[in-house]
Design a protein around this ligand. Structure first.
Ligand SMILES: [Mn+2]
Length: 424
């Protein structure tokens, strides 16, 4: 299903007068409001194909009606999000959960929904039916050369799918590691993984990037071969200029200072991709900004500052993606909430008075530095974000309109109450 632009315009009418007042009030205090709105309009977040179904947990999964049954329907779901908020302009595919059968047909659906293809994701963390070798003891790190070769081959196949669709990056997240002390040689696991990644790197098209995603633990609980940003940075550095680290907000040990990690990776030119989500304990895959909104803002503050220092384009020079899972919410509503939280944090980061902050730091004025950041964080920038959406043809209230148009009910009518999603 697609939402007609005209319907969005009509529905915005009733909210317009209140929005104008709120926007006028907020923007009166912001000198560079036009510049900020242009940046907000340009900012696009990739929606992962796996977040459109019921994610569930290791304890089970609760189905919901109207779930997308095919890759085409997943793309259409992202199209609904993008029509409503105009900031969800791409989809990130997962192979083999979303193997495109007909590239032209898939590209046409994406085009109709004004979507691009973001990074493609490989999967060597589970065995597929009819797979020759098992990944039980790792994939790229495996002691058996034949297993490694199979995993490398899979990644190269993923690149080929991505190339056919117009993707420009491959994200590699490995579950490789060990569950018990003594199980593997850390050094050998690193060396095998590096050699395997080098073979994948050699198959990358000229204008592609490879993102090496790290994660502290789970499914392995004693060691993870790409366990933190240092290990990812080592691989990315050894691989070459097309290799970057990908930061997933949920993949750190508790209370890690992610904003500092982001700052240093950017400084070194090695931050390539980003996975947004939120968490209370570990890799909880909760709605972005639902638990730690201040941390999200602080991370964005470093992202904006670090990218500006290198003259990078906020909208295009990093791969911005959501990586989340849904157990109790309608995934589309959740994704609207996540994108909104990301846009709010980004808008706030754009408001930081960098000159004043630099001065406060030079004077070691700790109180002033804290005030500058907290004042921005406590500013309600929602009217700015809404204005950017309005100017782009989106809905003033994406979630409100989603409910008003009864989109889920329409999807259930179209796809059935027991439709099944491909994937996990
Ligand atoms: Mn991730």
């Amino acid at each position: 299903m697609q939402i007609a632009k005209q319907i969005i315009e009509e529905k915005n009418e009733s909210l317009l007068s209140a929005h104008r007042k709120q926007f006028e009030y907020t923007s009166a205090f912001i000198e560079s409001k036009d510049e900020i709105i242009q940046k907000l309009k340009a900012f696009q977040i990739g929606i992962p194909s796996w977040a459109l179904g019921a994610g569930g947990t290791r304890f089970g999964r609760f189905h919901f009606g109207g779930a997308p049954r095919t890759l085409e329907e997943k793309i259409e779901d992202v199209g609904v999000l993008h029509a409503l908020n105009r900031n969800s302009g791409s989809i990130s595919l997962h192979i083999p959960w979303d193997i495109p059968q007909d590239y032209d047909a898939i590209k046409k659906v994406a085009q109709q929904n004004e979507l691009k293809f973001d990074a493609v994701n490989s999967n060597t963390f589970q065995d597929q039916p009819n797979q020759q070798y098992s990944y039980k003891f790792g994939s790229l790190q495996n002691v058996d050369k034949a297993v490694r070769k199979q995993a490398v081959g899979h990644n190269i196949e993923v690149i080929k799918h991505g190339e056919a669709l117009g993707s420009k990056a491959l994200t590699v997240w490995l579950a490789d590691g060990s569950c018990f002390p003594g199980q593997i040689s850390f050094r050998k696991a690193f060396e095998n993984t590096l050699e395997s990644l080098q073979e994948i790197y050699a198959a990358l098209p000229e204008d592609w990037k490879i993102f090496v995603e790290y994660k502290a633990f789970e499914p392995n609980f004693y060691s993870t071969t790409v366990g933190d940003w240092g290990q990812s940075y080592l691989f990315a550095s050894k691989l070459g200029k097309k290799a970057y680290t990908l930061v997933d907000l949920g993949h750190h040990l508790a209370n890690a200072n992610i904003e500092q990690i982001v700052a240093l990776l950017l400084m070194e030119g090695k931050l390539g991709g980003f996975h947004f989500n939120d968490s209370k304990y570990a890799d909880d895959d909760l709605t972005t900004g639902s638990i730690k909104p201040y941390q999200l803002f602080l991370i964005f503050n470093e992202l904006v500052d670090g990218m500006d220092a290198r003259g990078m384009n906020h909208a295009n020079d990093l791969g911005w993606m959501i990586d989340a899972s849904h157990n109790v919410k309608d995934p589309l509503e959740d994704l609207l909430q996540s994108v909104e939280a990301i846009m709010i944090a980004y808008a706030q980061a754009l408001l930081v008075d960098k000159k004043a902050l630099a001065e406060a730091r030079e004077n070691s004025d700790v109180v002033k530095a804290q005030e500058i950041l907290q004042n921005v964080f406590r500013t309600d920038v929602r009217p700015l974000v809404a204005e950017a959406r309005l100017q782009s043809g989106g809905a003033l209230s994406p979630l409100g309109l989603y409910r008003e148009l009864k989109i889920r009910e329409q999807l259930i009518k179209e796809r059935g109450a027991n439709s099944q999603t491909t994937g996990l």
